[in-house]
Design a protein around this ligand. Structure first.
Ligand code: UDP
Length: 321
């Protein structure tokens, strides 16, 4: 039996594949729109294709005995989703419906879904639990929440059990230094700051300095990508053992850091100083997003291992290579 990892050549997908490999057979389906084959281990069966393509899915499900699907393949940039909503609904919602339809057709009944803190919108609380109301304020968050709702209906009607993982801000790189974050163009804060400190960018634009936060810049909860990866493996094993089913869990460190604080830690880790310019707010950005991950800790024993400085150290090692 194999696990199908859709989007396994991407940033979070490839780190999860690394945790699975050696323990499970892994098939990766990725159209390489944002992923890279060099992030994949030789032991993975790689299929270059689109999950919205029924023929590709027929091939995957007939040629391999798949017992679970991990679904990372999606567009995931808030700003871009505001500019290109149709692309987001097509790739994130429509393609996922096709995937679920094929899973039902081939009797594949376990699904781990990558969701996001963006489903919460502008929460009215400082620490977000899974009980916090969802009210996304951008197409990216809405596309993920739509799939969450579709999943509940599909699980009700068919033999399918799922775990939804709502990531906060994924960051860092594998401790072996062989895989890490590689977006083109890069839009995420930590890689942008590190690229600047390495001399690849003139300056850092800080989007908004008038938020209602400790220093006026946005606050986020940064979580190491390997911590995200291990949560997927635990969720899968929880589904297989029957300990959990049809659940949603937050994944974060439970601590918020402002954009300015992140820049300071990057300066400390690199030993270099940054040039900052203050720019307008970025469309679709809430001011504060910090997770409570108590629910997954209680259900599956998941606990993040890496704290902010270690996250940035691992990213610095990767970007310096
Ligand atoms: N950000 C910034 N400058 C940049 C990139 C990001 O000020 O060049 C801010 C962004 O507005 C947000 C935070 O950094 O408040 C984290 O953004 P990122 O894109 O890394 O993740 P997101 O929170 O959008 O998932």
């Amino acid at each position: 039996m194999s696990i199908l990892v859709c989007g396994g050549a991407g940033y979070i997908g490839s780190h999860t594949v690394k945790e699975l490999i050696g323990k499970y057979e892994v098939v990766v389906l990725d159209n390489l729109s944002t992923g890279y084959p060099f992030l994949l281990d030789d032991r993975v069966t790689f299929i270059n294709g689109d999950l919205g393509d029924e023929k590709v899915l027929d091939l995957v499900f007939t040629e391999h005995k798949i017992n679970a699907v991990f679904h990372f393949a999606a567009n995931s940039l808030v700003g871009e989703s505001v500019e290109k909503p149709l692309m987001y609904y097509l790739n994130n919602v429509s393609s996922t419906i096709t995937l679920l339809k094929k899973m039902v057709e081939y009797g594949v009944g376990k699904f781990i879904f990558s969701s996001t803190a963006a489903t919460y919108g502008i929460p009215k609380t400082d620490l977000i639990t899974e009980e916090t109301a969802t009210n996304p304020i951008n197409p990216y968050g809405r596309s993920k929440l739509m799939v969450e709702e579709i999943l509940a209906d599909v699980a009700h009607a068919h033999d399918l059990q799922y775990v939804i993982l709502r990531y906060f801000n994924a960051a860092g790189a594998h401790e072996l230094g062989d895989i890490g974050e590689s977006h083109n163009p890069e839009t995420h804060l930590i890689p942008i700051v590190l690229q600047h400190l390495l001399g690849h960018r003139d300056k850092i634009s800080v989007y908004g300095s008038d938020y209602d936060t400790i220093d006026g810049t946005c606050v986020r909860d940064y979580i190491h990508v390997t911590d995200l990866a291990t949560a997927h493996v635990l969720a899968y094993e929880g589904l297989v053992s029957g300990d959990v089913s049809n659940e949603v869990y937050n994944l974060g460190n439970g601590a918020g850091y402002s954009v300015k604080e992140i820049i300071e830690v990057c300066e400390k880790v690199s030993g270099k100083s940054a040039l900052i310019e203050y720019a307008d707010r970025r469309a679709g950005d809430p001011s504060v997003l910090v997770a409570s991950s108590e629910k997954i800790n209680k259900a599956l024993g998941w606990k993040p291992k890496y704290h902010l400085e270690e996250i940035i150290e691992s990213a610095w090692k990767w970007h310096s290579k």
